[in-house]
Design a protein around this ligand. Structure first.
Ligand code: NAD
Length: 504
């Protein structure tokens, strides 16, 4: 509970900011300065119930809107977002710490899904088979499922909710977004934008909170589906708990993404991309590259090139002008965790080529900065190799062959993203076929699929069957009915037949 005079970030329930009376809050920092900027409300049982009840009412109103009317609101939201995205980028940079151009980048990737959703009628229309049996037509229709819960992580406070809510809302559902406690303001801003676009009250709800709010969504019978993105242990908990309560679940988890570099690759391109994908957003991306698998003899040369580029990186407050390349980590506690993984790597015998542990930014000593770190010869048995670090730490593993690299990637717990760098089309083709990972880049380090393909990993990176957005998204947020219909020809009648219906 806060004792200062800082603002308490409220919920958004029934189309309005709703102050919390729970008496429970969590701190929200500006990670670049280390300054406490606000507190966020943590919902109690009554607030959770109010959010769900209002969403159910919103669903009943919204699902009765015609497709044309729903489309008008989504187009209006898209126009407002496009015109005012700079405001949202400022909020993200202030609470998450990523540099402003990167904040804008995440909004644009989310906006792609809004744009996909504007064309939703094509994606939810059913199918019709005339005269499937003599005089009988069979058709299917797709209806919204009801109230959809969306639980998001801190690292993409705008984009991750936008992977789900444009699709869910377009399909006629109401959503309850439970943002990360660490950067909750983006969701509230999006709620206000929806209201301005003409979305009825209750269709977009923001429920701020912690495990209590999450568990409320997982167990309440009104909530029909859960879309979760976060760490693997929580994703697994979400999947198991929500499934047990009869809900549809898509729970996206953690990652440890590898870049396989073949000896024929252009090493300058590889070094540039390893830097971008390893240190962008301070490594706090589920699609960040964490491990470079260098097929020998390229490792030594590549390390020199990466080191040269690290030396040129500018690290600082992401809101500053000129903009730095990389901002801070999300919290002081997370910085300690990232640092502890470098300790583990060192204790396990790895070579710390560039050490970011004691890195500080002049004039921002209280910011949660961690310097870009490069680790060579990380043993693949080390926890610093097998586990997700989620910081600006790039690890090099030297392998003797393509096959050894592929086997190593396939032996990992996660299967979110991976990339191969080569000029050999045959090797790239074998890679895409043999690798057990959901999203693959060929000379592309962060292969986040466009909105009309779907996003999701394999193995411990995704629990459930449905990926985010694209066709998967529309299937997830709709329920299909199949109708078999016969309008009797006045000249004939069916007669009595107790057998199982057969087609003729
Ligand atoms: P997190 O798992 O700590 O939190 C995610 C959400 O779950 C938050 O809203 C949080 O409030 C809630 N939560 C946390 N602990 C909970 C508990 N015990 N019970 C119920 N709810 C709980 O994740 P994070 O630190 O916010 O985000 C980083 C993680 O998200 C990384 O592991 C990253 O790889 C992953 N991520 C994955 C993807 C993907 O597409 N696979 C995308 C972005 C982030």
């Amino acid at each position: 509970m806060s004792t200062d005079t800082l603002p308490v970030i409220p919920h958004w329930i029934n189309g309005a900011r709703t102050e919390s009376t729970s008496g429970r809050t969590a701190p929200v920092y500006n990670p670049a300065t280390g300054e406490l900027r606000a507190h966020v409300a943590l919902a109690n049982a009554e607030e959770i119930a109010a959010a769900i009840a209002s969403a159910q009412r919103g669903f009943e109103i919204w699902s009765a809107f015609s497709i044309a009317k729903r489309q008008t609101v989504i187009f209006a939201f898209r126009e407002l977002l496009n015109a005012r995205k700079g405001e949202l980028a400022d909020i993200i940079t202030a609470e998450h710490g990523k540099v402003r151009s990167d904040a804008l980048g995440e909004i644009l990737r989310g906006q792609e899904v809004v744009e996909l959703a504007t064309g939703f009628p094509h994606l939810i229309k059913g199918a019709f088979s005339e005269n499937a049996s003599t005089g009988i037509d069979v058709y299917s229709i797709k209806q919204p499922i009801g109230v959809a819960g969306i639980i998001s992580p801190f690292n993409f406070p705008a984009m991750v909710p936008m992977w789900f809510f444009p699709v869910a809302i377009a399909a006629g559902n109401a959503v309850i977004v439970k943002p990360s406690e660490k950067d909750p303001s983006a969701a509230l801003w999006l709620a206000e934008l929806w209201a301005e676009a003409g979305l009825p009250a209750g269709v977009f709800t923001v429920l701020n909170g912690d495990k209590l709010a999450v568990d409320g969504l997982l167990t309440d019978p009104v909530v029909q589906s859960i879309s979760f993105v976060g760490s693997t242990p929580i994703a697994q908990y979400i999947y198991e708990t929500a499934s047990k309560h009869g809900k549809r679940v898509q729970a996206l988890g953690g990652a440890k993404n590898h870049m396989l570099v073949l000896p024929d690759a252009d090493l300058d391109l590889v070094a540039d991309q390893a830097i971008n994908a390893g240190y962008g957003a301070a490594g706090e991306r589920c699609m960040a590259i964490s491990v470079v698998l260098a097929v020998e003899p390229v490792a030594d040369e590549l390390i020199v090139k990466i080191q040269e580029r690290i030396a040129r990186l500018k690290i600082g407050n992401g809101a500053a002008a000129p903009e730095p390349d990389m901002g801070p980590l999300i919290t002081a506690a997370h910085r300690e965790k990232v640092s502890s993984y470098v300790d583990i790597a060192e204790a396990d015998g790895a070579t710390i080529v560039v050490d970011g542990r004691d890195f500080r930014v002049d004039g921002a000593e209280d910011g949660f900065f961690f310097g870009p770190t490069l680790i060579d010869r990380i043993p693949t048995t080390s926890r610093a190799y097998t586990e997700e670090i989620f910081g600006p730490v790039l690890e090099i593993v030297r392998v003797a062959s393509f096959d050894e690299g592929v086997a190593l990637i396939n032996s990992g717990e996660f299967g979110n993203g991976t990339a191969i760098f080569t000029n050999d089309g045959g090797a790239a083709r074998r890679f895409q076929h043999e690798i057990q990972v959901g999203m693959i880049g060929i000379n592309v380090p962060i292969p986040v699929p466009v909105a009309y393909h779907s996003f999701g990993g394999w193995k411990a990176s995704l629990f459930g069957d449905a990926k985010a957005y694209g066709v998967h998204g529309f299937d997830f947020f709709t329920r299909e009915k199949a109708i078999t219909s016969r309008w009797l020809d006045p000249a004939t009648h069916g007669g009595i037949n107790l057998g199982f219906p057969q087609n003729d």
